[in-house]
Design a protein around this ligand. Structure first.
Ligand SMILES: [Zn+2]
Length: 106
């Protein structure tokens, strides 16, 4: 197990995990279920995205870097017309309900 990145942005962590899933790299989000409680009790404790196999760390980081670069250049988040969920710009489908992105380019 090795930590890839830490963020309080759950949407982003979830997206990066889905990227790794598609690439066949096993990963998980640590502190996923306890972060909110810990925030209340002892202050911020950020969840982290981790790879299961250390051997895949370099490949995973390279993959995330690629997507990070795309994110930086692809503009704003968008709001799903179906459920109101805010999705990262790189999503073509709503990550929550699966509805196709319906907003035009921003
Ligand atoms: Zn939706």
């Amino acid at each position: 197990m090795r930590e890839l990145l830490t963020s309080l942005d759950w949407t982003r962590l979830g997206f990066y995990k889905s990227v790794l899933d598609e690439a066949g790299i096993a990963s998980f989000i640590r502190n996923e279920h306890t972060a909110q409680l810990i925030n209340v009790l002892i202050g911020p404790c950020q969840p982290s995205l981790c790879v299961v196999n250390d051997d895949e760390y370099d490949a995973a980081m390279a993959l995330l870097q690629t997507h990070h670069d795309q994110t930086a250049s692809s503009g704003a988040e968008w709001t799903c017309a179906g459920c109101g969920e805010v999705n990262p710009a790189e999503f073509e489908l709503c990550w929550k309900c699966g509805q196709v992105r319906s907003e035009g380019p921003q």
